[in-house]
Design a binder for this molecule. Structure first.
Ligand code: KIV
Length: 261
């Protein structure tokens, strides 16, 4: 049965952790769907699959293409798509127009946007037009050009996150991703938050956790203190390619059983 916004809130109210994973492709989405409450088609697709220097380089069409592949493959999970950099910040009418294009062409259930106070009017306009929005605070990759760093150590950053949190809640977001920030600040955010806080590099106390699938699988080269690699797919893939290349060079593949007679 499809996981709805309501079901996610029920989990949150019961303090049951919300499991979130990213997916950009059909094979990963089909597996993630068995375990995730929320699947995010993240703009991390740019750096992870295309080798872009930052998430800023992805565009609407690229996000839609991947979200279509994911939405078609998912039976159960709630699907969220990142709105690309430059598509929602400048004006509320542009944000709504682009959110409608992205959602109607991708089949996703909600959009995710980075930022707080500065984009809150646009977020409010989206939610008042029945668009489900997830916020993203803490480290915001779209503003960093690939130079990722822990966010929230300074007084100004701390104050700003708390302010941003309130702005986003007042704008009607469904949940907030909180990325790469320090324990004391996470604690304060969780103390005052009225919506689920999904952590990535933001302690085990969050209402849910998200990781980029290729990172946790050990397929990407991304390194971070917060990342736990649950597999070493680079090694597995490399081993398989090595064996294939040896078989080809030694004429050991294909064998008779692989022939068409
Ligand atoms: O783009 C993405 O994959 C994300 C997650 C890291 C939360 O925003």
């Amino acid at each position: 049965m499809k996981i709805t916004k309501k079901k996610i809130y029920e989990k949150y109210k019961k303090r049951q952790p919300i499991v979130c994973l990213t997916s950009y492709t059909e094979p990963i989405a089909k597996i993630a769907d068995k375990f995730a409450d929320i699947i995010l088609v993240g703009d991390s697709v740019g750096p992870v699959l295309y080798g872009y220097n930052s998430t800023k380089e992805v565009n609407m069409q690229l996000m839609i293409n991947h979200a279509v592949a994911v939405s078609k493959s998912v039976k159960k999970s709630f699907v969220v798509i990142d709105m690309p950099f430059g598509t929602y910040e400048k004006s509320k009418s542009k944000a709504l127009k682009n959110a409608k294009i992205i959602l109607s062409n991708s089949g996703a259930d909600a959009v995710k946007l980075e930022g707080g106070e500065k984009i809150s009017e646009n977020v409010k306009y989206l939610t008042s037009n029945n668009i489900t929005v997830i916020g993203h605070l803490g480290m915001q990759p779209q503003s960093l050009d690939g130079n990722y760093k822990v966010f929230g150590r300074s007084r100004e950053e701390k104050k700003q996150i708390i302010k941003d949190l309130k702005y986003l809640e007042d704008s009607g977001v469904m949940a907030i991703v909180l990325e790469c920030t320090i324990k004391s600040l996470v604690k304060e955010v969780l103390r005052i938050a009225k919506v689920p806080i999904i952590g990535i590099g933001a302690t085990v106390e969050c209402d849910g956790q998200i990781l980029v699938a290729e990172d946790l699988l050990g397929l990407s080269e991304f390194k971070s203190k917060f990342l736990k690699k649950y597999s070493n797919l680079r090694k597995i893939v490399s081993n398989s390619f090595f064996k294939f290349s040896e078989d080809v060079k030694n004429r050991k593949y294909p064998k008779r059983k692989h022939y068409y007679e």
